[in-house]
Design a binder for this molecule. Structure first.
Ligand code: CO8
Length: 258
């Protein structure tokens, strides 16, 4: 996979793995890295062999934020014309589950990238935060919105205005992450969980993910209309027939993703 300069990509069984790979600068996210991440995740999303995507970082951090050296001299009009966030936004359209494994720092843009994941596992040493305030800026890739939806207004306000870092325990307490894992076991446990999900009916995975994400943005009524259409849609799949027949015949289903 030498087409990538800033990430390390592999496929293990039915899991597509993307590791941020600039460990010397704690995986600071520059623009080409964003392009690489989005492009491979979209490729995995279209690849039938891949059922679940795992996002992690090499070295002692997940990602210590956007690359400050790349931004330091930027101008507002230049950034407006660059319109770089439309690329990040494409991650929100990915249909397959994305599981993030965070060790060390997930700060600023790194935290925003983690918040694009559907499930987050973190090592004991994980630290999350939005230090942008101390740089005289603010989050720009969804941080103020996604953190607030997750923790509620008061707590999000506190973390965003102070720039303080929350440790893994706090992140778990506020529902930002799913699980804390020993650092040595982070990769193994994340892959174990990914493989567990990967065995489920692929179309159900897609439509459940899509419906849950709608719950974040829609009213309950609109969300339920959405859910219902997805529920009906699954009855057009062979896997629905197979899943229910297997139950009646008291055997394991064999899902094909069709
Ligand atoms: N950008 C560029 N370089 C970085 C970054 C970064 N965000 N973070 C760390 N590095 C570099 C350091 O400069 C250092 O390089 P060198 O060895 O050449 O001096 C190397 O990584 C190791 O870092 P430290 O020596 O500082 O390691 P420490 O363990 O002492 O400290 C910290 C770790 C606390 C994480 C510290 O590195 C730090 O504060 N980093 C900056 C954190 C930060 O402010 N992040 C927010 C950036 S702004 C942002 O993310 C805006 C998001 C908007 C979206 C953008 C889309 C592209």
């Amino acid at each position: 996979n030498n087409r990538f300069s800033f990430i390390d990509v592999s496929v293990e069984g039915s899991i597509g793995i993307v590791a941020l790979n600039r460990p010397k600068v704690l995986n600071a996210i520059n623009r080409p890295m964003v392009s690489e991440i989005v492009s491979i995740i979209e490729e995995f999303d279209r690849n039938d062999e891949v059922k679940v995507i795992v996002l992690c970082g090499h070295g002692r951090a997940f990602a210590a934020g956007a690359d400050i050296d790349e931004m330091a001299e930027a101008g507002a009009i230049e950034l407006e014309l660059l319109n770089q966030f439309t690329e990040w936004d494409r991650l929100a359209w990915v249909k397959k589950p994305i599981i993030g494994a965070v060790q060390g720092f997930a700060l600023g843009g790194g935290f925003e990238l983690a918040l694009c994941c559907d499930i987050l596992f973190a090592a004991h040493d994980a630290e999350f935060g939005f230090p942008e305030i101390s740089l005289g800026v603010m989050p720009g890739a969804g941080g103020t919105q996604r953190l607030t939806k997750l923790m509620g207004k008061s707590k999000a306000m506190e973390w965003l205005l102070t720039g303080d870092r929350m440790n893994a325990k706090e992140a778990l307490h506020y529902g930002v992450i799913n699980r804390i894992v020993a650092k040595e076991l982070l990769q193994e446990e994340t892959l174990k969980f990914a493989n567990k999900i990967a065995k489920q009916a692929p179309l159900s995975l897609r439509l459940i993910k899509e419906s849950v994400l709608k719950a974040v943005d829609y009213s309950v009524y609109e969300g339920m209309q959405y859910e219902r259409k997805n529920f009906y849609l699954l009855f057009a799949s062979k896997d629905q027939k197979e899943g229910m027949r297997a139950f009646q015949e008291k055997r394991r289903p064999n899902f094909e993703g069709e």
